[in-house]
Design a protein around this ligand. Structure first.
Ligand SMILES: Nc1ncnc2c1ncn2[C@@H]1O[C@H](COP(=O)(O)OP(=O)(O)O)[C@@H](O)[C@H]1O
Ligand SMILES: [Mg+2]
Length: 299
């Protein structure tokens, strides 16, 4: 029987080491991390504070470089490239999401999302059009001209995810993306990440919350800069792996016709469960949360 061709891992780390400090104070924040990540995995990285999770994510995102070892991205060594090449690789392949959202307060939501396209030399009108399309997928187009501080934490993080996706990267790195959010907003964000995973993206997420590992296909535990355990989880595509179902933003209004239809059926039968797909990102509504039509008129 012929064996299937082995695929190139999207990420491969070999004995990666990152040192901080000098002399007696020198220590390995990453201590010989060896890891293969296949395309389409959803990895949750856990471990106590200070064990090297953020350092690992920053090295993976080419925001920082390792002192020893190798980092292969799509089979190519990237750790020794210069900062300009790093920026190019990052902008083509990697989207990053942070705990503190990292939105720029003096820019509108639309401008924030369009920002990564600036570094690619895309013209302003095209940038804003593309950003608007991505925001529509997240049902945030009505917030385009808001400033970040006018949004809730959950909305800010969804804007940050939209910004991470505007370049259509295949890898999403998220460092405690729900760390500053209440549980409801956390699950909305997790549903978004889960949808991106289902569309084939590779997701690597640091989290402190063991409940959120239920979205992952693999859980890596770190300790003192090393991988302490690495567990693959059998994903049940029928939903067993997504036990927490919190409805997403109900304002599924990418298209006016959809909105009218939703309103009509909400009046007719507000308790009917409904799923609306738009640009590949599914939005779910259910009877658990009342219609937000009042809010719509207020915003
Ligand atoms: N820029 C830095 N300079 C010196 N030490 C650092 C730096 N960044 C992180 N560290 C140290 O490296 C270790 C790992 O940090 P980090 O990766 O942020 O941990 P985690 O995200 O798991 O909480 C910690 O001891 C931290 O204090
Ligand atoms: Mg951290």
């Amino acid at each position: 029987m012929t064996q299937p061709e082995p695929t190139t891992p999207v990420i491969e780390l070999r004995a990666l080491t990152k040192r901080y400090g000098l002399g007696d104070a020198c220590f390995n924040a990453l201590d010989g991390v060896t890891l293969k990540i296949e395309k389409g995995e959803f990895i949750a990285i856990m471990g106590p504070s200070g064990c090297g999770k953020t350092t690992l994510l920053n090295v993976l995102g080419l925001l920082d470089s390792a002192d020893d070892g190798e980092y292969m991205l799509d089979g190519k060594a990237v750790d020794r490239l210069g900062s300009a090449r790093h920026a190019r690789v990052r902008s083509n392949q990697i989207g990053m999401v942070f705990q503190s959202f990292n939105l720029i307060n003096r820019l509108t939501v639309l401008e924030n999302v369009a920002l990564p396209l600036t570094y690619k030399g895309v013209r302003r009108i095209k940038r804003l059009e593309r950003a608007s399309e991505v925001l529509a997928q997240f049902h945030l187009q009505e917030r385009e001209y808001y400033m970040p501080w006018q949004l809730s934490g959950g909305q800010m993080q969804r804007v940050a995810i939209a910004r991470a996706l505007v370049n259509e990267p295949s890898i999403i790195l998220a460092d405690e993306p729900t760390g500053n959010l209440d549980s409801r907003s956390s699950h909305v964000i997790m549903e978004e990440l889960s949808e991106l995973h289902k569309k084939g993206n590779t997701i690597i997420m640091v989290t402190h919350n063991p409940n959120l590992t239920s979205y992952a296909s693999r859980v890596i535990n770190m300790l003192d800069g090393r991988i302490a355990s690495d567990t693959k989880i059998k994903v049940d595509t029928r939903g067993a792996n997504t036990p927490v179902k919190i409805p997403l933003n109900q304002r599924a209004n990418t298209i006016k016709a959809n909105r009218a239809k939703a309103e009509a059926s909400a009046h007719a039968s507000p308790a009917v469960k409904r799923t609306t797909k738009s640009s590949g990102i599914a939005k779910k509504t259910s009877k658990k949360t009342p219609s937000r039509s009042k809010k719509r008129s207020a915003s």
